[in-house]
Design a protein around this ligand. Structure first.
Ligand code: NAP
Ligand code: G4F
Length: 343
């Protein structure tokens, strides 16, 4: 039985990847950070499932702590490691740049060193990001597009990207970068813009909220559906040689479009009035103001627009995104509405 170690298993992607790998017959080990409050809600169904008692294990650890990495490698003896752990919030990385670098940059190095010193046969997947492209140098970004990160998060992930390449070339380690564009789901963290919108639109529908307050509505992202991207992570490690791949949909939409689409799901048409920080989203029928801007959500340097070219992944891995933008928004809003009404 193949064994995989997933860091960041309590996060959006880690939880989907764990399900996918268990389904494929792997024994899955997850690294979980100790927290003063519960942080395993996305994987509780796996922890509590008695049928998985020989298939799913979790270990406390932290990717900044070399002793915990060594211990987990000894206990789990993995064939594959998926390094998904990160301080993953771009806006927050401006407030805690040093911590972000410790986790997102040096945490990756810690694993590569452990592999180099203990078992160079382990395959390693690194969660690289479209944030590397930042201030974009080409309209559509692929594996050859120059990088220009625009946040401490992006810069830390750039270090991780290059150290993966370096250890691959220097020590012949099977280490790969998945350069993933934004991918979302009902399990997305609630402070990322898509989930913030889907959750608050559902609350408005249910009478539990009256308004959504957002930052930059002009930002454009290439949004895909997370479970499909996690399948792609696995495919990247199954390729015959280690390589780097972009996973994306090839289509981008603005935050404003996401908001309009989300309100459509609950039967509200939004009209946008005003400019700049005074722009408002208004219900066409009732004329109620439903969306406003607060500059506190702006970033010191913004990534204006991202659109990925996934043709290499399609050609070499046979990977393709399936879920379209409008379906993704529908999945998220309906899930949040179900969550609220179940409470
Ligand atoms: P997420 O939901 O924020 O999950 C991050 C995970 O990392 C959580 O399990 C978190 O644990 C864990 N973590 C944070 N710091 C850690 C540390 N020092 N040691 C061990 N674990 C730690 O992120 P995601 O959306 O699933 O993304 C997964 C990875 O892909 C991240 O590296 C992210 O930067 C990258 N990425 C994401 C996207 C996207 O659109 N989602 C796109 C490109 C790249 P807690 O639960 O304890 O906080
Ligand atoms: O949802 P976001 O916070 O995601 P962002 O910054 O694109 O980062 C995510 O995707 C990256 C891949 O490109 C990952 F590497 C990273 O880990 C993370 O998963 O913001 C998206 C856009 C930004 O331009 C932001 O300025 O939405 C804009 N935005 C507008 N109002 C907002 C808000 N973002 C947040 N979080 N909250 C707002 O109220």
């Amino acid at each position: 039985m193949k064994k995989a170690l997933i860091t960041g298993i309590t996060g959006q992607d880690g939880s989907y990847l764990a399900e996918i790998l268990i389904q494929k017959g792997y024994q899955v080990h997850g690294m979980v950070r100790r927290s003063s409050s519960f942080n395993t809600n996305r994987i509780d169904h796996l922890i509590e499932n008695k049928a998985l008692k020989d298939k799913f294990f979790f270990h406390h650890g932290d990717i900044t702590d070399n002793n915990s990495i060594r211990n987990i490698l000894e206990k789990s003896n993995p064939d594959e490691i998926y390094n998904l752990a990160a301080q993953s919030h771009v806006r927050v990385s401006f407030d805690i740049p040093d911590y972000t670098a410790q986790v997102d940059a040096l945490g990756t190095l810690n694993f590569l060193e452990a592999i180099k010193q203990n078992n160079k046969k382990i395959k390693f997947y690194q969660a690289s990001s479209s944030e590397l492209y930042g201030k974009i140098q080409e309209d559509i970004q692929n594996e050859n597009t120059p990088f220009y990160p625009r946040s401490p998060y992006g810069v830390a992930k750039l270090y991780a990207y290059w150290i993966i390449k370096n250890y691959r070339e220097a020590y012949n380690i099977f280490a790969c970068n998945g350069i993933l564009f934004n991918h979302e789901s009902p399990r997305r963290g609630e402070t990322f813009v898509t989930r913030k919108i889907s959750k608050e639109v559902a609350q408005i529908k249910n009478g539990k909220n009256t308004k959504i307050i957002l930052g930059n509505l002009d930002a454009k992202r290439d949004w895909g559906y997370a479970p499909e991207y996690c399948e792609g992570m696995w495919q990247i490690l199954q390729h015959s040689s280690p390589d780097d791949f972009v996973l994306a949909t090839g289509k981008s939409h603005s935050v404003r479009e996401f908001v309009s689409e989300a309100f459509k799901i609950i039967g509200i048409n939004i009209e946008w009035i005003g400019k700049g920080v005074n722009e408002k989203g208004v219900d066409k029928n009732s004329k109620k103001i439903l969306v406003e801007i607060n500059p506190k959500y702006f970033r010191p340097t913004e990534v204006d627009s991202l659109t990925g070219d996934y043709s290499k992944a399609k050609k070499i891995l046979g990977w393709e995104p399936k879920t379209k933008f409008s379906k993704l928004v529908e999945i998220m809003v309906k899930s949040d509405y179900d969550l609220i009404t179940k409470k």
